[in-house]
Write a protein that binds this ligand. Structure first.
Ligand code: WTA
Length: 676
């Protein structure tokens, strides 16, 4: 059995949906769309590559134009717009003041329904970004190129902090609020941040959660890994109150509102950054236990986020755009903060969970704010559909455009989204992309293509995918599933893995590269790690990951990270984590553990495993079940057969297991999980 067959990946448990009927974009949408000219695909053809991307870069204001559109000298770390000078904060804020000073940049909706919304105009955003930047520079002593870790919930202070960093050329690393203190600390250490910015607490599902609590654990973990944090800046969720149970530590912890008192009215000139200077790091899971810090650029990234926001998201300044994702993930970076603000949009942010206090909440927000572009993930759509399929009808909102992102959407769920939420009048884009890619790779162009439920669609302008089989042969349209790769670089792509160029090349470029010394981009197809099929009509269907990553509710979790958390429990000898299909979350991790000799299985051990996962990663990684098994199914060479375990978890036939070292154990585990 080959190594490939040994693995059970998300892609192998993909459901096989039938070909779906297409839907045309509503005429009302087409009539007003930003992109109605099909020749955009000629303009962005490989013949016009890379110069075509000037069209996106020209959406921005540059201090100095670039001399080289694509510099390949450090292949495959591509440099875009080399020689160009730009500032991201200037592009997202300052340049809009002349025409849009009094326009809402951010409308923030707190979770408690009786708490008033906070509206930040571009002028107010400008003032607050400047004051915050002054504090980071003058109080913290941070300089261009320094890294800053940010562990904050969905509050306006988060984009303010990011834009303040961008103003100074500081590299922000935003860690999703749901991650544990330990996970945050590991990211602090990897990025080498000496400043952590956090908030005392936030509302989630009707409760005030203590977020400051995690900072102590984060600083401790970072120290253990050799990184000192000398300042922890704490924003306060409620004015003049401190809602955390933990004590502020003298000479380390500071309330941001108190510090800012000294910077009232301060203005900071945006630093003129090289186009390829890093803007941020975003950590994501991979095949090994250590998360990867994906490093994104300033000029290329912003050009790509702005271009795709304009043409795929169809955002214009007069729209009210709501992306119900978390800024702690790439979707929030590109499509709540940077893309929309670069276009002078009004971006809505919501603090809490979509179903609080009831499943009508999202629709009430849409109605009240007159949201006309709505963006969310299949897991949320499934959840809202389950909890209140009739709810959207009760509210008077009208979307022109809706997005789904992060995982495949079942055609049936797609149709509910289209009919019940879109009321048959909104176009839907199913956008496929990754933390690494900075922006969309595949999606229909909303006014140019028909929609096909369950398929992401063709590639977006300037992206040229190719499906390769294991031997590097391209798979034609209408053929079998294979590894989807991108033939060409694009400006939104990450530049490297922070501090680990070898891992970057190995993970994303080695597989189909023919000459490691080549400086020609044609020799370096980007390996996405997803399996896909290409239908005859040119639409891609993404099947899921081919590596050891599980996509839980649209969040990427590495099975190795989960397994190492299990092994921290004293009694555990071996651990294997596999994906199991879940009605709402798409996938959940199912955990199998075996015990050290002489240890007895007990509920206590199972609970300890769950606890360890929560502490190491966070509650988002909670397993569906923890199965304590007498032994793992293994090959004769001692490899754990995860494929067999995954078949058992998903109620499927385990196939031929006679070649295993211990075939009897399979039946024993099957009975335990599936019953007799
Ligand atoms: C999956 C999220 C199907 C895919 C933006 C990818 C999708 C991983 C889609 C990246 C989609 C994302 N249809 N699958 N529309 N979008 N994926 O880094 O497996 O959190 O590789 O970025 O999510 O997840 P990430």
């Amino acid at each position: 059995m080959s190594e490939q067959e040994l693995k059970l990946t998300e892609a192998q448990i993909a459901v096989h949906w039938q070909e779906e009927q297409k839907f045309s974009p509503p005429k009302s949408f087409v009539a007003q769309a930003n992109m109605t000219d099909p020749s955009i695909f000629d303009r962005f053809s490989l013949d016009n590559f890379p110069e075509c991307f000037k069209e996106y870069a020209d959406l921005l204001d540059w201090y100095q134009y670039w001399h080289t559109t694509l510099d390949t000298s450090d292949a495959p770390s591509w440099k875009w717009f080399s020689g160009g000078k730009i500032n991201v904060s200037y592009n997202c804020v300052d340049r809009h003041l002349e025409r849009h000073r009094n326009k809402a940049a951010i409308i923030w909706v707190p979770e408690p329904e009786d708490e008033p919304h906070v509206v930040l105009t571009y002028q107010e955003l400008y003032a607050r970004v400047n004051e915050t930047a002054a504090m980071l520079r003058d109080f913290c002593g941070l300089e261009t190129g320094d890294r800053v870790t940010v562990h904050m919930p969905m509050v306006p202070e988060l984009p303010i902090t990011m834009l303040a960093c961008a103003r100074l050329g500081l590299i922000h690393s935003v860690v999703f609020g749901g991650f544990s203190g330990k996970a945050c600390g590991e990211r602090i250490a990897d990025s080498g941040s000496r400043v952590l910015i956090t908030m005392d607490g936030y509302y989630r599902n009707g409760k005030m959660l203590d977020n400051r609590l995690k900072a102590d654990e984060a600083v401790k973990t970072a120290k253990e890994e050799g990184q000192d944090v000398d300042k922890v800046l704490v924003w306060r969720r409620i004015r003049d109150q401190y809602i955390s149970e933990t004590k502020m530590i003298k000479n380390r912890d500071y309330f941001v509102d108190e510090l800012l008192a000294d910077y009232k009215g301060k203005r900071v000139d945006p630093v003129q950054m090289d186009a390829e200077a890093p803007l941020f790091l975003m950590y994501t899971s991979g095949t090994t236990g250590k998360p990867k810090g994906c490093q994104h650029s300033s000029g290329g990234y912003l050009a790509y986020a702005a271009g795709t926001s304009k043409y795929v998201q169809d955002i214009r300044p007069e729209d009210v755009y709501w992306c119900m994702a978390d800024i702690g993930w790439i979707t929030g970076h590109s499509y709540i903060v940077y893309g929309p603000l670069a276009l002078a949009a009004t971006s809505v942010m919501y603090e809490g969970v979509p179903g609080f206090p009831d499943s009508g909440r999202a629709w009430r927000i849409a109605e009240q704010l007159n949201v006309n572009i709505f963006h969310t993930a299949p897991t949320t759509i499934r959840m809202l559909r389950k909890a209140g399929p009739e709810e959207p009808e009760k509210y008077n909102f009208k979307f022109k455009h809706m997005t789904t992102v992060g995982e495949p959407i079942e055609p049936e769920v797609w149709r509910w989204y289209y009919n019940a939420v879109g009321k048959g009048e909104a176009v839907i884009v199913d956008t496929w992309w990754q933390t690494e890619t900075g922006g969309f790779l595949c999606s229909t162009m909303p006014a140019l293509h028909d929609m096909k439920p369950g398929s992401t669609g063709p590639a977006v302008p300037g992206i040229h995918p190719i499906i390769y089989d294991e031997d590097g042969e391209p798979v034609e349209a209408g053929g079998t599933a294979g590894n989807i790769c991108i033939q060409n670089p694009w400006p939104g792509a990450f530049q490297t893995i922070w501090g680990d160029r070898d891992r970057f090349v190995h993970t994303y470029y080695e597989k189909y590269n023919k000459d490691p010394k080549s400086k020609d981009w044609r020799d370096w197809p980007y390996f996405t790690g997803d399996a896909a099929v290409l239908a005859k009509d040119g639409y891609y269907r993404i099947l899921g990951r081919v590596d050891d990553v599980i996509n839980v509710a649209g969040h990427r979790l590495g099975t190795k990270e989960l397994e190492s958390a299990c092994l921290l429990v004293e009694e555990i000898a071996e651990a294997a984590v596999v994906p199991v299909i879940d009605e709402i979350k798409g996938r959940k991790p199912d955990v199998y553990v075996s015990l050290k000799p002489g240890k007895k299985a007990s509920k206590k051990i199972g609970d300890a495993v769950v606890k360890s996962i929560e502490t190491s990663i966070g509650k988002i990684a909670r397993p569906k079940d923890v199965w304590i098994v007498p032994d793992m199914p293994k090959t004769r060479s001692g490899k754990i057969m995860r494929r067999v375990l995954a078949s058992i978890s998903n109620g499927r036939d385990v196939g031929d297991v006679t070649t295993l070292a211990n075939p009897d154990i399979v039946e024993e585990i099957r009975k335990m999980v599936q019953g007799e």
